[in-house]
Design a protein around this ligand. Sequence first.
Ligand SMILES: Nc1nc2c(c(=O)[nH]1)N[C@H]1C(S)=C(S)[C@@H](COP(=O)(O)O)O[C@H]1N2
Ligand SMILES: [Mo]
Length: 523
Amino acid sequence: MTTHADPQPSAQTRRDRGWLGWALVGVASGALTLGVAELVAGVMIRFGWIGGTGSPVLAVGETFIDHTPAWLKTFAVNVFGTGDKAALLTGMAVVLTALAAAIGILLARRATVAYLAFVLLLAIALAAVLTRPGASATDAVPTVLGGGLGLALLNAGRSRLQPAAQWAAPDRRAVLQLSALSLVGAGIAALAGQAVSGTTRAVAAARSAFRVPTPASKVRIPSDASVRVAGVVPFVVPADQFYRIDTALSPPEIDPATWSLKVTGMVEREVTLSWAELIAKPLQEAVVTLMCVSNEVGGDLTGNAVWTGWPVRELLELAGPKAGADMVLSTSADGWTAGTPLTALTDSRNALLALGMNGEPLPVEHGFPVRLVVPGLYGYVSATKWVTELKVTTYADDQGYWTPRGWSAKGPVKTGSRIDVPADGATVSAGKVAVAGIAWRQHVGINGVQVRIDEGPWEDARLGADVTVDAWRQWVYEWQAPAGSHSIAVRAIDHTGAVQTSALVAPAPDGATGWHTINVTVT
Ligand SMILES: Nc1nc2c(c(=O)[nH]1)N[C@H]1C(S)=C(S)[C@@H](COP(=O)(O)O)O[C@H]1N2
Ligand SMILES: [Mo]
């Protein structure tokens, strides 16, 4: 058993603990600011009073994402995978807590500087809120109200704690209690803000009430599209397992009733398409494999789904692109853009304004109510989610979101293949081992897949059915595995006969290449 002595604190330790009290006042003021802002933003969103983000936390986070240099973005995706957003929010929480604590401590000695620093942070948050796409002056209200209360708490704390050296116990307790109460209150306010905003429920309700209309042409996926080996990614990936990549900290919530898509720019006539018009069109189904340009050799930033939608070329035909145009800049409700070759949207391929994914309405994170799906191009130059505008233009005049951030203006998908089983580093029993995975070259198609054990000859794998040139193919190679350590490599051959290159190239600026190679131990 431990006994705790309870000596009278010396003057020195009392002053040290004083700093903690000041820091706590700073942190509580910061938390109160953000908590109240979340609550007010939630209420304003609920009543449709704000059009932008409203929340200073999300606005600063999204602005940060937009200004993240390409190398940092690549680093974040590599380190945190698709958890990069959680990582960003955690990082922000740590930085803000430290700044708020510093402001609290500063308050003891240089109150004016502390207040100025607090106001400067508020100004930065306000600038972020007001420059988000769709923002208007009313979007400032949550940050201003929250900031006002935060300043009031700073001030209250200061008058109670001053001067620190003569800090009397009852005052100290009162300040600590007020700060603790504020922290709890801020947390509750933030949660209430989320709950009261209600959009999540309203949009979720609109989404679940919507039935994807029966398409004019339906696809049938033969059962032998799958090689039926456990551990290989399913031929059609369920929406809740589908990879997600976007710059949105919280996905735009769009009520289909208010959604519309404008065709602008170099066109004979501007066209506006409403949700009611779109769902009355003859819809098509298409099996298309989406792929992220950031996907590393062996990576999992890819997925295959059955998309339902209206061909983009039919919409563009209504608008009539003018001679000289060579690109379509598509814009998302959150301001993100992609530049797609005009020909990819007007030729015979199934480029869709998709509203269905695997027979269900698009999930909100995958673009509800409408997104683009264009076979053969990486997502960053084609797959705009929450799409609201198509501007017919030229590569000379416009560029998509990622182009000034170090990624190529054009992004056709490169031939690739991946070993799903056995896992890299696995230990398997000698004898028959199924080596299996996927191979892709969207819009060209896959003709063959070959596997090489150690430095042996390339052996043909057995392929799943060729459902469409726009989708990946599963493959399996039955390996008679001898004991020992072995490396397994895979390469694909496309429909033109071209063999996947062995050249190891990193994702930036236009997609990774190289053979996926794994090591296994056979016992
Ligand atoms: N609005 C919007 N659409 C977007 C993006 C984005 O950041 N914002 N990212 C694109 C990228 S880089 C890819 S790879 C695909 C991913 O689509 P998914 O999240 O449905 O898998 O969406 C594309 N569409
Ligand atoms: Mo991507």
